[in-house]
Design a protein around this ligand. Structure first.
Ligand code: ADP
Length: 421
């Protein structure tokens, strides 16, 4: 293993893993911290997916250190702490406390921090994070229910989360390339800074930053700054040119889509799918019982399963979601649907489904837990940030595509199966 990564949430882990595959690294995503001594996957990079973004800081630190310990024991040469490209965190953490703990454990004294991902409209200029053309604190992120981001100045934001100090490698230096960036980081470290926020508004910058950090024990950032890491390992003679780093085993079996996201993107994707394949819409208002909903859906699917996908969706427009929430309460409504969809996933796999797309972050978490999946080997992307994966640890060989609600083009549910053909 060359790179060992720790991600603070599930879909963020997949996003990073996909970027690493694009960079030529065979990559496996682990769900949660592996047990000590658990078999190390045959991969160039392993991303341990935690759910540590919004838990109390001490918990996030403990889990991240446990992940680091496993990755070190597994032989990783370099470490990556992945957080959101909108730097989702509170004044208490968890980016600063986790990064502080990783730096202390690795004894490296310094790490760069760069959430920029220009392809996704996240750029950092003079230490300020922009989402598209607006500052982070005017992007809607200032209203985030869990991690409201009210300051776009990352030097200040990270500074509030650490007892170390934070410097900046500005655009003018980054524009000069890897050597200049490396020199600037060395100077900051010698001045006693623990972090450097590094500007980047372009993929060229991310490649140069990656190159400048080739010898760093720890890199922190969004998935964008991982863009150049494969090249570093190849340059050092540690990574061969891989023909197909995203190669997955062939899996024969029926195809299905499970949708629990109520995002506008997912609702649109269901509408397009409906024109082409059978779609079953759950009616939790009429049947507010997870087992009964699952039984209905599985009966509907029984004689429809085959190579052509079927779609089973709980997804509903805001008025219907509000109606169910008014009836059951917000948490109970979500839990009911997640339980129903997890049971449907289990039933579908028992009935021969081997290619499964799941829409929704929380929904994906519920499905993966129910199926007993421990790790995902990352394959080719269907759309940016959403790869096919081969699930290991479940009852049967299974290809899974886990889509965060907002991701994917309008024809995603059809395209997903076409790319496997
Ligand atoms: P996203 O990635 O779009 O945020 P998630 O799966 O994370 O999607 O979250 C969607 C949440 O909405 C889940 O908890 C799911 O159970 C819930 N949900 C899905 N359908 C409905 C519905 N018809 N009524 C109420 N809640 C629903």
């Amino acid at each position: 293993m060359l790179l060992g990564a720790i991600a603070d949430d599930f879909t963020g882990a997949t996003d990073l893993a996909s970027m690493l595959v694009r960079g030529g690294l065979r990559t496996v995503q682990r769900i949660g911290v592996p047990a000590p001594g658990e078999t190390v996957p045959d991969a160039d990079a392993v991303v341990v997916a935690l759910k540590s973004r919004t838990v109390p800081a001490a918990e996030a630190v403990a889990e991240s250190l446990a992940a680091l310990q496993w990755l070190r024991a597994a032989g990783a040469r370099q470490f990556f702490f992945k957080y959101c490209s909108t730097f989702d965190s509170t004044p208490e953490g968890n980016i600063g406390p986790v990064a502080d703990a990783l730096i202390a454990a690795l004894g490296c004294g310094f790490a760069l921090a760069c959430p920029a991902f220009p392809a996704n409209a996240r750029s950092v200029f003079q230490g300020h994070l922009f989402v598209g053309a607006v500052l982070l604190n005017e992007s809607g992120m200032e209203h985030h229910p869990l991690t409201p981001m009210t300051d776009a100045n990352l030097v200040r934001v990270l500074g509030r989360q650490t007892d170390g100090t934070v410097g900046l490698v500005p655009y003018a230096t980054v524009e000069q390339g890897a050597q200049a960036i490396r020199r600037a980081m060395t100077v900051l470290k010698e001045q006693g800074r623990r972090y450097a926020i590094v500007d980047a508004v372009d993929d060229r910058h991310l490649m140069a930053i990656g190159e400048a950090a080739a010898a760093h024990a720890l890199i922190t950032g969004g998935s964008g700054v991982a863009m150049g890491l494969g090249e570093n390992f190849r340059r050092a003679g540690l990574l061969p040119e891989r023909d197909d780093p995203g190669a997955l085993p062939q899996v024969a079996g029926a195809a299905a889509v499970l949708a629990g996201s109520c995002s506008r993107a997912t609702l649109g994707q269901i509408a397009i799918a409906r024109e082409n394949v059978p779609v079953c819409e759950l009616d939790p208002l009429a049947t507010p019982d997870a087992a009964a909903l699952a039984a209905q859906a599985l009966a509907w699917a029984a004689d429809r399963l085959g190579a052509e996908p079927v779609v089973i969706a709980a997804s509903a427009p805001p008025d219907k979601v509000a109606a169910l929430q008014a009836k059951l309460g917000r948490d109970a409504a979500g839990a009911l649907i997640e339980e129903a969809l997890a049971a449907i996933a289990e039933g579908l796999v028992a009935r021969g489904v081997r290619r499964l797309v799941v829409a929704g972050g929380e929904t994906s978490g519920a499905v993966v837990r129910r199926l007993g999946v421990r790790s995902l080997r990352i394959g080719a992307e269907i759309d940016p940030g959403v790869p096919w994966t081969f699930a290991e640890g479940g009852a049967a060989p299974l290809l899974l595509a886990l889509k965060s609600g907002n991701f994917g083009a309008r024809d995603f549910f059809l395209k997903a199966f076409e790319v496997l053909a």
